[in-house]
Design a protein around this ligand. Structure first.
Ligand SMILES: [Zn+2]
Length: 890
């Protein structure tokens, strides 16, 4: 027998790639600072271990640079050591800055997260070349395209993989056809979490895993040696050497994830196109979309303020060298930190969620401040009187709408609707001379609109009259002493204070056709049909809304039943909804009253006040108690508008363990829904795939809108919807249920009907019960207009600045940038040049026209791909980034 005959008769040892790592949720059931202390311990131990023990060949720093920056903040002296370890391939860093949730944040947030991670990793020689997605609660359809645009050919995924995938590797495609090889982690990122200090035991575990997974495992076995916040096992290198010496049919390698995926087989793998949202093999945890709605609303506002206002306005209306890079960077850092899966999902300790809310607030404050400054800069160039409002459109589409403006004087301009007025003369108050003296000194000086005041005695004689000085002072030292004298001479006597103001009116006006990324000075209102309102009806010539006084629901153009509130019990947790066994649904109000809030002609508002008797909590699988809750629903119609704006407000004090949804009837029965997700819309059916540990629920997320059966629902942070009212054979749905509130009291429950295993620690929490005032905003559109235009009309209002006066030379109307043919996701500046990111959310190819501009198309790493001149082609579902040169259009 020859040697070759021997080897032909034996099975070669199977390769096992051991990737040591830790999964580091920056904040979760403990706050950031508590986990950070442990992170410092981990890296303090790991760095000398790696330096001293070459057999501990590699460590993966969880694919996110936050762990590195968080550590270096307290151990800055370690930067050089980390750089040296990275240079020799002993540690892998990035590519993410924080491991995000993909469904609950915007596409831009995902892109900025990866860009930031790569930028920080560049300091250490570069990021890991793998799209590592270990713990995300499902994956968006466009992720393969995003990864490919960053130059990645590999993804690593766990949750969301459907039962149809029967191998540990598959070809995963975005709707545009971009494909990555996805490594599927059949037992998650912790299948090899704790390596025992015993070679035989290690081999036994690997063999058990191999046997359990069987045919599913293709190619070398991936042994992910780490899990949530797990410390490294220092004996790893020695035990692996001992295991190899056993000659037990395995060839163990400690290696990087990149090395594993590059050696993994690509032939004969199954394929999948689109999003991964199955609970077949791992919990998807789909209830996070409706947990802590306040956090999702804050995310929607922060992302919109940054992406759709602060950035485009600063890029287009400030000189290139005034681009507020550092401030925007700080705002984005807050948003990116919040995009971490446990942060935006709010399946976290109450202190964590408080920090998340604060970060979103700070990001929004920066964005709003920058928006104001860029608007002022634009206004200063417009050659119209400084009292004339200048309307600004931050979307790419030419569009009109209703704007709130302030005019000097007491006259309401033609066609406008008065909101409030500041009269020229008014009685401020009646008070004694002592009080008058105090008030004058402390208050009036700072009310800049007050030009004069008088103090009259009870008999009407004027005692003091003061005009504001040209220099601005009203209460001069002289006036102060007059007031002091009055206080002493007539202390108890009643006086009347009258003030004079520059009169002004705040009004609503309708404007037509402000250019996209452009401005237009107010030249008087356009006059679409007026809005008329009575106690039960709003109409504007386009739409008619009528309230049913019996239950407070409303009809739109005769289609009845909108706005039915349905409240049920929830004994689930921050991750999953779970109704009590003895469910009580409350859907009928005790009382209904309506009131006209605004009567038109530009904006009409009708308030529907309903009271409900809601159970107070769940005990022993049943809803118990009763608490009367007042729900205020405001229906709003604008002149010239084709959507109904709805605002719901209630005080949730005293009602716990429940889910409140609003039911919206569909004009036609629907076989599925089309919802916005990152850089695309996604079509979904009526059911969802579940698995042995999680019931499949068709409660899906939409980012800003969802359409079904002829209805489009645009919303601000109300991410969870479900198509209900299904027919018997589950082929069509008649109603869309939008979740307004989901309140539970546990971070994770133990076993429950909708999920067999806990998803985190069984920690009681108070904040997810949302014991406070709750507001929700959404808008309804029937008629099939582009939902991206609908959501902008509903939630991205035209902004108002003021003209620059006689010194200004700019045109009264203009456009800084014209982009047509695709949705615009971002307008920013990079190295001085304006950058525009667009995407084509359709199955048809398109031509993107950027009027009068030329430049380069870039990938998401910023590498040039092709030059363009005025326009370029964009295939179905494609994303493109263009950098523009300085040459302005005509
Ligand atoms: Zn995690």
């Amino acid at each position: 027998m020859t040697d070759s005959e021997v080897s032909a008769g034996q099975t070669p040892p199977r390769r096992v790639d051991i990737v040591p790592h830790t999964h580091w949720d920056r904040e979760w059931y403990l706050p950031y600072q508590s986990f950070r202390l442990k992170l410092v311990d981990l890296l303090d131990g790991l760095l000398p271990q790696l330096e001293a023990d070459p057999s501990y060949a590699h460590f993966l720093l969880d694919g996110q640079m936050a762990v590195v920056e968080d550590y270096l903040q307290v151990r800055p002296q370690a930067e050089e050591r980390l750089r040296a370890l990275a240079a020799t391939g002993r540690v892998a860093m990035g590519p993410w800055y924080a491991l995000p949730d993909e469904f609950l944040v915007s596409g831009e947030t995902l892109v900025r997260n990866l860009q930031r991670g790569r930028r920080v990793a560049a300091r250490f020689g570069g990021a890991m070349d793998v799209g590592y997605l270990p713990d995300m609660f499902g994956h968006v359809a466009q992720m393969p395209q995003i990864l490919r645009l960053f130059g990645y050919e590999h993804a690593v995924v766990w949750r969301g993989v459907p039962s149809a995938i029967d191998r540990s590797g598959f070809h995963w495609s975005a709707p545009d056809g971009s494909t990555v090889r996805a490594e599927y982690l059949p037992q998650g990122y912790g299948n090899g979490a704790l390596v025992p200090d015993d070679a035989k035991a290690l081999v036994r575990r690997i063999s058990e895993f191999e046997e359990e997974q069987g045919e599913l495992l293709t190619g070398p076995i991936l042994w992910m040696n780490g899990t949530d916040h797990l410390m490294p096992q220092p004996w790893l290198g020695r035990v692996v050497a001992e295991a190899n010496a056993l000659d037990a049919g395995y060839e163990l390698h400690i290696c990087s994830l990149a090395e594993h995926v590059q050696g993994a087989p690509t032939d004969g793998l199954p394929s999948w196109t689109g999003e991964l949202r199955s609970g077949a093999r791992a919990n998807l945890l789909m209830g996070v979309g409706s947990n802590r709605v306040d956090i999702k609303q804050a995310a929607a506002i922060a992302e919109r303020s940054l992406e759709r206002q602060a950035e485009p306005l600063s890029a287009l209306f400030l000189p290139a060298d005034h681009w507020p890079e550092a401030l925007l960077d700080e705002a984005w850092l807050e948003v990116i930190r919040n995009s971490a899966h446990d942060s935006i999902c709010a399946c976290s300790a109450d202190e964590v969620c408080a920090a998340v809310v604060h970060r979103f607030a700070e990001a929004t404050q920066i964005a709003e401040g920058l928006t104001e400054r860029a608007l002022a800069a634009l206004g200063a160039t417009v050659a119209v009187d400084g009292r004339v409002p200048v309307l600004v459109n931050t979307s790419s589409r030419t569009r009109g709408g209703v704007v709130e403006m302030r005019f000097p004087g007491a006259t309401v301009p033609d066609g406008c609707q008065l909101v409030s007025e500041r009269p020229a003369q008014r009685v401020l108050m009646d008070a004694t001379a002592v009080e008058v003296a105090t008030i004058m000194v402390s208050e009036l000086e700072y009310a800049r609109s007050i030009t004069a005041f008088s103090i009259d005695a009870a008999d009407g004689t004027e005692v003091i009259h003061v005009e504001r000085e040209t220099a601005g002072t009203l209460v001069t030292p002289l006036v102060r002493s007059d007031l002091a004298a009055l206080r002493t001479s007539r202390p108890g006597e009643l006086m009347r204070i009258r003030v004079a103001n520059r009169p002004a009116v705040t009004v609503l006006g309708h404007v037509a056709d402000v250019p996209g990324f452009g401005w237009q000075a107010w030249t008087g209102g356009t006059t679409p049909d007026s809005v008329t309102v009575d106690e039960l009806r709003l109409t504007n010539g386009t739409l008619s809304v009528e309230v049913n006084p019996a239950d407070g629901t409303f009809s739109i153009d005769g289609l009845a039943g909108f706005g039915r509130l349905v409240d049920g019990g929830d004994i689930g947790d921050t991750y999953n909804w779970c109704p009590p066994l003895a469910e009580t649904l409350v859907d009928a109000p005790l009382t209904v009253t309506t009131k006209v809030i605004e009567a038109g002609p530009v904006r009409g508002r009708l308030e529907v006040l309903r009271t409900y008797a809601l159970p107070t909590q769940v005990e022993d699988q049943a809803r118990v108690g009763s608490h009367t809750v007042e729900v205020r629903t405001t229906l709003e119609l604008h002149a010239g508008d084709d959507l109904v704006r709805v605002h719901v407000e209630l005080d949730n004090h005293g009602v716990r363990d429940h889910r409140l949804r609003v039911h919206l009837p569909l004009p036609q029965r629907a076989t599925g829904s089309v919802a916005e997700c990152a850089f695309a819309t996604v079509s979904r059916g009526l059911v969802a795939e579940g698995g042995p540990t999680e019931q499949g629920l068709a409660t899906y997320p939409s980012r800003r809108f969802v359409s079904a059966g002829g209805l489009t629902v645009a919303h601000e942070g109300l991410l969870e919807y479900e198509l209900i009212d299904l027919d018997d054979d589950v082929t069509s749905a008649g109603t869309l249920a939008l979740t307004l509130l989901r309140c539970t009291g546990m971070l994770s429950q133990g076993p429950m009907a909708t999920r067999a295993l806990p998803a985190g620690p069984l920690t009681p929490l108070e904040a997810p019960q949302s014991q406070h005032r709750v507001e929700a905003r959404f808008a309804l559109h029937i008629g099939g207009r582009n939902p991206y235009a609908v959501v902008d009309d509903a939630f991205l209002p035209l902004l108002v600045t003021r003209g620059g006066g006689s010194a200004a030379t700019g045109a009264a109307q203009g456009q800084a940038l014209s982009v047509t043919g695709a949705e615009v996701s971002a307008v920013t500046r990079e190295a001085g040049a304006v950058q525009v990111r667009v995407f084509n959310p359709s199955a048809e190819p398109t031509t993107v026209t950027i009027d009068g501009r030329h430049g380069w198309l870039l990938d998401l790493r910023g590498r040039p791909v092709a030059a363009f001149e005025g326009h370029f082609a964009l295939g179905p579902w494609q994303i493109a980034t263009a950098t523009l040169d300085d040459r302005r259009g005509p």
